[in-house]
Design a protein around this ligand. Structure first.
Ligand SMILES: [Zn+2]
Length: 342
């Protein structure tokens, strides 16, 4: 076996090598709990490694080094982690602690889905279409945090979409605490009274007035309640072994196309100072943007718009999904129903 041969060559036990190279672990780790791409870790944590720059494969929930207050975030075109400004550090570090508690309580799969859903909801409310959203108090906080994270005038050197995720991270985690909680989840898909309680609380957390349940306008929170709250958590759309990086001898360099896209987005952000659209287009939210049961739309713009819409666009895929998964007993509710007949 490769790990044993390497152990002989390096003189280190295979178990130790597995700590540095997760591909060598036996049994293999649960790759769905890990990101599919390696990235630079916290600069200060990595400084003790004498062998040059360190690439880390991190679990999904690792967004902040809480010890050194570096934002690590989702990988973004080879950008290094950023030291958090004191004016925003406390809230973002506190959110990482809450995030870790959620993991301890509900496990990696449920929390992966919930935090990404939180990012998706924040991304929708932080857009400028059709005009700046003045009805969401949280938007002002995101703009404020973005001023410390990406100071106006410095966008060409400090911009990264990863930092926009940092700006909304406290609210994304706050929404995730509702989304992971089975009692709140049940309200979200329960009777009208329960739905109203959920809707009020979720909107309150973003400083929004509660929409009327008869209002048919797009709303990412209501979209989640109607289409997603009663279905299982969405999973990562790619795992590390499915990438070219897996087993490669050197990390992949960010390609020039993604560098160019970052430059374009930096220019756009310098003008608009609004981060929602970049968050919604970032591949980090992809697993919850187009879920397994969502109607497939033509193109990114339609997919994003559908992810906040209250229309099911036919719902054929959702019915097919439910038929298949109820048939193999994946849904908790029908299984419990059957058990009570036995
Ligand atoms: Zn650190």
């Amino acid at each position: 076996m490769l790990a044993d041969r390497l152990a002989v060559v390096t003189g280190r036990p295979a178990r130790h090598l597995g700590l540095a190279l997760p591909e060598l672990r036996d049994p293999a780790p649960d790759w769905t709990a890990w990101r599919h791409q390696s990235q630079p870790g916290c600069r200060r944590c990595d400084a003790r490694h004498g062998g040059g720059p360190v690439q880390r494969l991190l679990p999904h929930h690792h967004y902040v080094c809480t010890r050194h207050r570096y934002w690590i975030g989702p990988p973004d075109a080879g950008q290094p982690p950023t030291r958090l400004h004191d004016r925003v550090g406390d809230q973002i570090v506190a959110a990482q602690h809450r995030h870790n508690q959620l993991i301890a309580h509900y496990g990696a799969a449920a929390v992966f889905d919930a935090v990404l859903t939180g990012f998706l909801i924040c991304g929708h409310f932080w857009t400028q279409w059709p005009q700046r959203d003045r009805t969401t108090a949280a938007v002002r906080q995101w703009e404020q945090r973005a001023r410390w994270l990406i100071p106006p005038g410095s966008e060409s050197t400090t911009y990264s979409t990863s930092l926009l995720f940092a700006a909304v991270y406290p609210e994304a985690v706050s929404l995730a605490t509702l989304i992971t909680d089975p009692v709140w989840r049940q309200r979200a898909y329960g009777d009208t009274a329960g739905q109203r309680v959920f809707l009020t609380e979720a909107h309150r957390r973003l400083g929004r007035n509660v929409p009327d349940l008869n209002d048919k306008r797009a709303d990412p929170i209501r979209h989640w309640m109607i289409f997603d709250s009663h279905r299982p958590p969405s999973r990562p759309d790619k795992t590390f072994p499915e990438t070219r990086e897996y087993g490669a001898t050197r990390p992949a360099n960010p390609n020039s196309a993604s560098r160019e896209r970052t430059q374009r987005e930096a220019g756009w952000f310098a003008v608009k100072r609004c981060g929602g659209s970049s968050i919604l287009h970032h591949r980090h939210v992809r697993p919850v943007l187009a879920r397994d049961w969502a109607t497939q739309m033509a193109g990114m713009t339609a997919t994003i718009s559908a992810s906040a819409s209250l229309s099911d666009y036919g719902g054929i895929r959702a019915r097919e999904y439910d038929r298949l998964h109820v048939a193999i007993g994946e849904h908790a509710a029908p299984t419990m129903g059957l058990a009570s007949f036995v």
